[in-house]
Ligand binder design. Sequence first.
Ligand code: ADP
Ligand code: MG
Length: 240
Amino acid sequence: MIKIDHLNKSFGKLNVLKDVSLEIEKGEVVALIGPSGSGKSTLLRCLNLLEVPTEGHVYIDGTDITAKGTNVVKIRENMGMVFQHFNLFPHMTVMENMIYAPTKVKGLDKGTAKQEAVRLLSQVGLAQKADAYPATLSGGQKQRVAIARALAMKPEIMLFDEPTSALDPEMVKEVLQVIQDLAHTGITMVIVTHEMGFARNVADRICFLDGGSLVEVAGPQEFFTNPKTDRAKEFLSKVL
Ligand code: ADP
Ligand code: MG
C-alpha cells in the first residue's frame, strides 16, 4: 500500500531524513517512534506531500506520488491525517465540519454526507455533539471529531501525528481507544506516538527513527523486549 524508497529530505543544509526505505502492507498498523527531532513528522508529511522529498520515491498503491505532475488533491483524498492540534474549522458546527470535504471535494449530496457523518460520530461516541461548535468540546472530543472527519472521506490510509500529545492526561485514553478500534479494520495506519504501551498493543510493526535514519524495524514484542541497536535500547531506557 505504501512503499518508501530511499527517501531523503533536507531543509536547506539540514538533512532531516536519510535514505529511509520501508514498505507498509494494506491494513497494516505501523507505529513510528523515536526521539524529538528525529524526523517522524517529516516522514509522515512526505507520505501525503505536505513535504516534498528531496530524493527518493513514495509509492501509494503502486503510484509514484513523487513523480512530476502528481495530482496531490487526489492523493490526499485517499489519506486521512490527524495532527497533534485538532484543526477543526472553528466557525462550523461538528456536523458542518464532518460534511465539508465529502460535499465540496467528493461532490456527495448533503443528505448522504450527513447520514454517513452521523454513523461516524456514533462510532467515536459523539453523535450527540453534531450541532456543537468545536470551542464547546473538550480536547479529547475535538480529536475524536477530527478522526471521524478524516474517516468521512473514506480514506484507505490514515496518518496520525502524535494525536494525543496535546491532550490532558484524562483524555488520552478515549482517543487511543478510538484509534485502537479502527486498527485492523482494513485501513492502513501510520501512527507517530509517544504512547509506548499503545504502540506495543496496537501496532503490527514498530519503526524506530533516530537522527533521520530508520534504525530499527521490528514487531512490537521483539522491539520492546529485545531491541537490537544501542540507539533503540537507549531510547527505550528513557521512555519506558
Ligand atoms: P519529529 O517529528 O521526530 O520531532 P520533525 O520531523 O518535526 O521531527 O523534525 C526533524 C528535524 O527537521 C528537526 O531538526 C526540525 O527542526 C527540522 N525541521 C522540520 N521541519 C522543518 C522545516 N519546515 N524547516 C526547517 N527545518 C525543519
Ligand atoms: Mg513531530
